[in-house]
Design a protein around this ligand. Structure first.
Ligand code: WQD
Length: 338
């Protein structure tokens, strides 16, 4: 099996994908600058798989450092997770987001080109579907961005589309994640946000453990059955398996640029996720109904036809499993990964 370089490998989706890759027999080179994740992830990956991934504490923006890695290894494909991903932070610090997410991608592509490695799986996001479109979102729908984070993902896709159009040797699968949640079933890996989280499930977990008095519910007046926002929550291990499918069914067989939605094709409301989490943790989650959060859309969920037909991949875990796995990680790691 091939040698895969994973950037952002100690992060949430990156670490779970390393587990899936190693379980599938791939050899993994893990790269991360540890700015938003912890080196402790590596020991957890080893505890789960029995193998310690080769780790490089390197920033993808550092072209020369990255070049040394490519000179030492014959790399079949790169899976590029490294980047910043907090929408609200991107509004406050746009230059950090353009530097890390756009300049970082450009530096990586230069190194790949220098070393004749032209196979990439790119971490994109459902954020690129503009507010003008209505769910279920399809890959050929119009895209737009309403915040710098979404812009960096749109720019990344455009850079890769243009690169593939000019150099037919390139193969790029851009995976548009919907809402990854949950944790590895062992409880050894999970979502361990640095700082105060913005995403729903880590916020529910903080209310469930008493770290916060209540979960703030941002908007209960949306045009949805229970008035709260609807999203397509997908188990992080299903997202990880989606990357394996992209390697096997796309980059190993095809050239050119192609986007794929990674979602379940099913929407769940905030209150439905709360109910599933209450069943998982056996506690009532206190709620504070608040105003809508700026930039939120009412409903977002994926059309998953293309990934099913072209990658032979579909998500399998349901909301109850996602919440049960998340709660197990929270209970086993009260202070996060350490
Ligand atoms: C989900 C729903 C909130 C927190 C973002 C990024 C996206 C991706 C996933 C990177 C919404 C509601 C949330 C809370 C709440 N990240 N909510 N109380 O906004 O769909 O997507 O994270 O790729 O790019 O945009 O996810 O988890 O923040 O919110 O009521 O404390 O939960 O209003 O309806 P979102 P989210």
């Amino acid at each position: 099996m091939g040698k895969i370089l994973v950037t952002g490998a100690t992060g949430y989706i990156g670490s779970h994908t390393c587990v899936a890759l190693m379980r599938a027999g791939y050899r993994v080179l893990a790269v991360d600058n540890l700015s938003r994740s912890k080196v402790a992830s590596l020991a957890r990956i080893q505890m789960i798989t029995g193998i310690a991934p080769r780790f490089y504490n390197v920033d993808v923006c550092d072209e020369e450092e990255m070049n040394w890695i490519f000179r030492d290894h014959l790399i079949d494909c790169v899976i590029h997770f490294a980047g910043l991903k907090d929408v609200e932070e991107s509004v406050r610090q746009p230059l950090d987001y353009y530097h890390n997410n756009v300049y970082g991608l450009l530096q990586l592509l230069h190194v790949m080109q220098r070393n004749r490695c032209k196979s990439l799986v790119f971490s994109s996001s459902a954020t690129v579907y503009g507010a003008g479109e209505t769910a279920p979102y399809k890959e050929d729908m119009k895209t737009s961005a309403v915040n710098p984070y979404g812009q960096t993902k749109l720019m990344g896709e455009q850079i890769l589309r243009d690169l593939c159009a000019t150099d037919p040797e390139w193969s790029v699968a851009a995976l548009r994640y919907f809402n990854p949640i949950g944790a590895h079933e062992s409880g050894l890996l999970g979502e361990d946000p640095s700082g105060v989280p913005g995403n729903l499930v880590p916020c529910i977990a903080r209310a469930a453990t008493g770290q916060t008095q209540a979960l703030s519910v941002y908007g209960s007046d949306y045009d949805t059955p229970d008035g709260t926002g609807i999203r397509d929550y997908i188990h992080v291990m299903d997202v990880a398996e989606g990357h394996i499918a992209a390697l096997r069914e796309y980059t190993a067989r095809h050239r050119g640029f192609r986007t794929f939605n990674l979602g379940t094709g099913k929407g769940s409301s905030v209150l439905e996720v709360v109910a599933a989490y209450e069943a998982a943790c056996g506690k009532k989650i206190p709620l504070s109904m608040e105003a809508r959060r700026s930039g939120d859309v009412a409903v977002s969920y994926a059309d998953v036809t293309r990934a099913r037909e072209e990658l032979n991949w579909t998500a399998s875990a349901d909301l109850e499993r996602m919440c049960a796995d998340s709660w197990r990680f929270v209970c086993q790691n009260p202070r996060g990964l350490e």
